[in-house]
Design a protein around this ligand. Structure first.
Ligand code: 3HC
Length: 387
C-alpha cells in the first residue's frame, strides 16, 4: 500500500528540486518560477514558496531519502537547497529585491490576428475579443472557423448560465470576431498570435508567409510550447518583431502567458507584449528560448513520473486523489494529462529529454502506448481515464 505521503514524496519532491535547479541555472527569477506554476497550472503556491513553507532542510532530507533509493541525479538535492538548508535561508529572501516597473505598450495594438482553429487558438481569440480587441482569426475552412465560434459560444453560454455574463456581452464578444480562410486578411493587424500545429516546418512556412503579408511593425507571436522561436524569427526578415506568447490550457481561464524572447527580439516588442498581457487580464513571466520554458519544464517531468509510478502498480485514481489532497493541485496528474492530451504530453516530454539529456526524463512506456493506441485523453474520450 502506497500512502498519500509517499505519492507526494515520489512526485512532488523532484518537481521542487527541479525548480531549484532552474533558478540555480539562472534561467528564471524566483517570482517568475512561482508565478508560472501558480498562474499556469492553478497552484495555490509556486514550488519555491512551497520549499520555504516546508523548510529547505526538510525538503533536502526527504529528497536525500528518495535519491538513496533511486540513484537518479534528478533526485539528488540541488546544491542551492543544501546551502539554504545549512544557512536556514529562504527563496523569499533570494527573490526579495527583484521589483520591476510596470511594462508599457510601446507599439499600438488595436487589431489582433489569430492563426489556427484548435482549442488554444479558439481560447486565445476569446481572450482578446473579451478584452475589447477586434480579432481576425484564420482557419483552413469555414467548418473550422465555425468551430472557433462554437467553442467561444459554449464558454460564454456557460458564463451566462452562471450569471457571470449576459446575452448582450456575448453578442459584443462574438461581434468582434472576423473569420477568414486566407492569411491575406492579416495584412493590417498589429499583432498575430499563431497556434497552429506543433510542427517546425509547418510553422516556418507560416512565418515566411506572415513576413510577406503583415504590415511593418506588426508583432509576430507564436504560442509554441516546444519549438525554437529563434528559428521562426530567422525565417522572416524581421526577427526583432518575433516573440513567444505561450498561453495555457484552457486559455480563457489560466492567467499565465510565458513571454519568450530570442536573442533577436526587440526590447520594445517584449515590453509591449507584457503590457498587452496585463491589459487582457493575464500575468506575464519572462523566459528564454529553451525547451519547456518555465512551466512545461517543471510540469511534464512530474506528469511523466506519475505515469512511472502507475506502472509500478499504484492505481491512477489513488495518485490523482493523493496529489489533490497533499499538494492541493487543482487536478491529479492523470486528469491533467487527459486535458492536455497524451500526444502533446509525449511530444513535450521528448523535447525535454532531448534538451536536458537526463535518463530520468525519458518518456514513460505507458505514455507512448496510450498515444500509439489513439487514447489521447478527453479529445478522444479515452486517455488514462474514460469520458
Ligand atoms: N474553457 C473556458 N472556461 C473554462 C473551461 C474551458 N475549457 N473549463 C473551465 N472553465 C471555467 C469555468 O467556466 C469556470 O469559470 P467561472 O469561475 O467564471 O465560473 C472556471 O473555469 C472554473 O471551472 P470549474 O468550476 O468548472 O472547474 P474547476 O474549478 O475544476 O476549474 C480548471 C477548472 C480551471 C481547468 C482547473 O481544474 C485548473 O486550474 N486545472 C489546471 C489546468 C492546468 O494545469 N493547465 C495547464 C496545462 S499545461 C499547458 O497548457 C501547456 C501546454 O503547452 C501543453
Amino acid at each position: 500500500m502506497t500512502t498519500s505521503e509517499q505519492i507526494f514524496d515520489t512526485l512532488v519532491l523532484p518537481y521542487l528540486n527541479h525548480a531549484v535547479r532552474m533558478y540555480e541555472a539562472d534561467y528564471a527569477s524566483v517570482s517568475d518560477i512561482d508565478a508560472g506554476m501558480r498562474f499556469g497550472c492553478g497552484y495555490a503556491q509556486g514550488p519555491l514558496a512551497v520549499i520555504d513553507e516546508l523548510g529547505a532542510a526538510s525538503v533536502r532530507d526527504r529528497l536525500a531519502v528518495r535519491y538513496a533509493e533511486t540513484g537518479d541525479r534528478l533526485h539528488q538535492p540541488a546544491e542551492l537547497l543544501e546551502k539554504l538548508a545549512a544557512e536556514s535561508g529562504t527563496f523569499a529572501a533570494l527573490g526579495a529585491d527583484a521589483g520591476t516597473a510596470a511594462p508599457e505598450l510601446k507599439r499600438d495594438i488595436a487589431k489582433v490576428g489569430v492563426v489556427g482553429t484548435g482549442t488554444m487558438a479558439s481560447g486565445i481569440a476569446q481572450v482578446f475579443a473579451q478584452s475589447g480587441y477586434g480579432v481576425i482569426y484564420v482557419g483552413r475552412s469555414q467548418e473550422k472557423l465555425d468551430g472557433v465560434v462554437g467553442y467561444i459560444t459554449k464558454n460564454l453560454d456557460r458564463a451566462i448560465d452562471k450569471g457571470k455574463s449576459t446575452e448582450d456581452d456575448k453578442a459584443a464578444v462574438l461581434g468582434r470576431l472576423t473569420g477568414a480562410t486566407t492569411r491575406d486578411a492579416l495584412a493590417e493587424v498589429d499583432l498575430v498570435v499563431e497556434a497552429i500545429a506543433e510542427d517546425l516546418d509547418v510553422k516556418l512556412e507560416l512565418f515566411r508567409d506572415l513576413d510577406g503579408i503583415c504590415k511593418q511593425g506588426a508583432i509576430l507571436a507564436t504560442t509554441t510550447s516546444s519549438l525554437p522561436i529563434t528559428q521562426l524569427g530567422a525565417a522572416t526578415d524581421r526577427p526583432a518583431d518575433v516573440i513567444g506568447m505561450h498561453f495555457f490550457n484552457p486559455a480563457p481561464v489560466m492567467k499565465l502567458v510565458e513571454v519568450v524572447t530570442t536573442p533577436a527580439t526587440a526590447a520594445d516588442v517584449d515590453e509591449t507584449v507584457k503590457a498587452l498581457c496585463a491589459k487582457v487580464g493575464k500575468v506575464a513571466v519572462s523566459c528564454g528560448d529553451r525547451a519547456g520554458f518555465i512551466v512545461n519544464c517543471l510540469l511534464f517531468p512530474y506528469l511523466n513520473d506519475a505515469v512511472l509510478l502507475h506502472e509500478s502498480g499504484v492505481e491512477l485514481v489513488a495518485i490523482d486523489a493523493a496529489i489533490k489532497e497533499t499538494a492541493g493541485f487543482p487536478m491529479g496528474p492523470f486528469e491533467l494529462l487527459d486535458v492536455v492530451g497524451n500526444d502533446v504530453s509525449l511530444a513535450i516530454q521528448k523535447e525535454l529529454h532531448g534538451e536536458f539529456k537526463e535518463d530520468g526524463l525519458a518518456p514513460a512506456k505507458t505514455l507512448e502506448e496510450k498515444v500509439a493506441a489513439g487514447h489521447l485523453g478527453r479529445k478522444t474520450k479515452q486517455g488514462f481515464h474514460s469520458y
